[in-house]
Design a protein around this ligand. Structure first.
Ligand SMILES: Nc1ncnc2c1ncn2[C@@H]1O[C@H](COP(=O)(O)OP(=O)(O)O)[C@@H](O)[C@H]1O
Ligand SMILES: Cc1cn([C@H]2C[C@H](O)[C@@H](COP(=O)(O)OP(=O)(O)O)O2)c(=O)[nH]c1=O
Length: 218
């Protein structure tokens, strides 16, 4: 069962490229599991408005801060520092919940940094992210990863439509880069195939009720 014997909740990271449907899946799982009586806590990364590192990363991806965005490792460091600042909150959430659902987590940094560096899931960037975030920053390793299986074209179309419909969510540099999105998608699929750090589930964002139940009993 998802509730562990020692009373610490299960940590689940939802991953996928921009527009894949992560927030939609997190919302669907949360309401389903809460209806089933589970205590569910959700968190989303980057923590815009809460973390100066997350805000600077977003500003850089929208054209500010000179050439900061041109460094894949500098951008990844900002996202990692955002998470490092949330480590205590994640641990507290785990202590008080059956499930902690994260909308993006360390695997986002692994996939985007590797893709930006032209590497695959076995390259130096993925290793560096794991060492930095799980060892140096001592962030908890997820018990499960959920990867949303959606064609990159579909996800990119949704991200574009969202940007057009909502001027406060104009697409950033990563969302406008179709090649990057394809490369990130490929790295994510390798991470899933290799069960990077924990079991990975590859799911449709149209959450099948049976799958949510399977996850609950996994
Ligand atoms: N399965 C789906 N079918 C159609 N549209 C979807 C689906 N999942 C998400 N969307 C829509 O696509 C957009 C991106 O979804 P969202 O969950 O915000 O993605 P992400 O968090 O991965 O960027 C939103 O406008 C959402 O309503
Ligand atoms: C959390 C995180 C995001 N990213 C990237 C993925 C996205 O392209 C971008 C912004 O995150 P995203 O979750 O897509 O935010 P938004 O609400 O602005 O769409 O940052 C990383 O490269 N590393 C990370 O650790």
């Amino acid at each position: 069962m998802l509730t562990s014997l020692c009373g610490v909740g299960v940590l689940i990271a939802v991953e996928g490229i921009d527009g894949a449907g992560k927030r939609t899946l997190v919302d669907g799982l949360t309401s389903r599991w809460r209806d089933a009586g589970r205590r569910v806590t959700t968190m989303a990364f980057p923590r815009y408005g809460e973390s100066v590192h997350a805000d600077i990363a977003a500003e850089a991806l929208h054209g500010s801060h000179g050439d900061l965005r041109s460094s894949a490792y500098a951008m990844a460091m900002l996202f990692a520092l955002d998470r490092a600042g949330a480590a205590a909150d994640i641990r507290a959430a785990l202590a008080g919940s059956d499930v902690v659902l994260l909308d993006r987590y360390v695997a986002s940094n692994a996939a985007y940094t590797a893709a930006r560096c032209g590497e695959d899931a076995t390259g130096e960037a993925v290793e560096w992210v794991a060492e930095l975030e799980f060892h140096r920053f001592a962030l908890p390793v997820p018990d499960h990863h959920l990867l949303i299986d959606v064609p990159a074209e579909v996800a990119m179309g949704r991200a574009a439509a969202r940007g057009d419909a909502d001027t406060t969510r104009g697409r950033d540099l990563y969302e406008r880069d179709n090649t990057l999105q394809h490369d990130v998608d490929a790295v994510y699929r390798q991470l899933a195939q290799n069960n990077w750090l924990s079991p990975w589930w590859v799911l449709d964002a149209n959450l099948a009720p049976s799958l949510a139940d399977d996850l609950l009993t996994a």
